[in-house]
Design a protein. Structure first.
Length: 243
């Protein structure tokens, strides 16, 4: 999957864009590995004597706080970068105005939080799978439309108006966009399932270090997430521009 992504990048975009995306992929891979280290707090470390020192170090609050700040900063920059991809999918986004990039990223994350509320409600109320399916369809329709409205108009309030979102969805050009978004979401779920199976298989072998298991699990998961984000965001935006 990683190789075909880089092939597509080299065919459709300049070498400069390819290089920038590769750097961002590496950054997100490292972020995923950091998540793997943090995950040791919850899974294998308490049950393995060899990682007692690692457990004591990761239990320090300042390391948790530092990783949280790092994750928020990188995710905000990535969100702002995705907004710029939506706005102009042809030319490679630049990091010339980092302050504006972070500002747009914060607004994009607020939009994500707003439309993620229904899914969070389902998670904490343990409703039926049918309710979950309805909520997922709702998110697949509403969230990308809201995000694209903000990218094109720059108005946060207008991007949250239901009337604007519904009118945007009724545009014929959105059909392919929403279908591709749904496919991307299913692929994302597939990656989650595959990494889960991979995790379970590795736990069957006690000789495999717990740290390696966590790094592989969260590294693959984080890297695949970024690949889907970059590729499908550009694909969606290009379809919308042409449609």
């Amino acid at each position: 999957m990683n190789y075909y992504f880089f092939i597509l990048e080299s065919l459709h975009f300049t070498k400069k864009t390819f290089f920038v995306d590769r750097i961002r992929s590496i950054i997100f891979l490292l972020l995923g590995m950091a998540g793997g280290i943090v995950s040791l707090h919850y899974n294998a470390v308490p049950h393995m004597e060899n990682f007692r020192i690692c457990w004591q170090v990761m239990y320090s609050w300042w390391i948790w706080f530092g990783l949280l700040v790092l994750w928020l900063l990188i995710s905000t920059v990535i969100a702002g970068y995705m907004i710029r991809i939506f706005r102009d999918p042809v030319h490679p986004p630049s990091f010339d105005n980092v302050k504006k990039l972070i500002h747009e990223g914060i607004i994009a994350e607020i939009l994500i939080a707003v439309w993620a509320v229904p899914a969070l409600i389902w998670m904490f109320t343990f409703s039926s799978p049918l309710v979950l399916i309805v909520l997922l369809v709702f998110l697949i329709l509403m969230f990308p439309a809201s995000l694209f409205l903000f990218a094109t108009t720059g108005d946060f309030r207008e991007s949250l108006r239901i009337s604007n979102i519904l009118s945007a969805i009724q545009n014929p050009g959105w059909g392919v966009y929403l279908a591709a978004w749904g496919i991307a979401f299913l692929c994302f779920l597939l990656v989650m399932v595959v990494t889960g199976i991979f995790w379970f298989a590795l736990t069957l072998f006690p000789l495999v270090p717990a740290l390696l298991i966590s790094l592989v699990k969260y590294g693959i998961f984080g890297y695949a997430t970024l690949l889907f984000n970059i590729f499908f965001a550009r694909f969606f935006a290009t379809v919308l521009r042409n449609g």
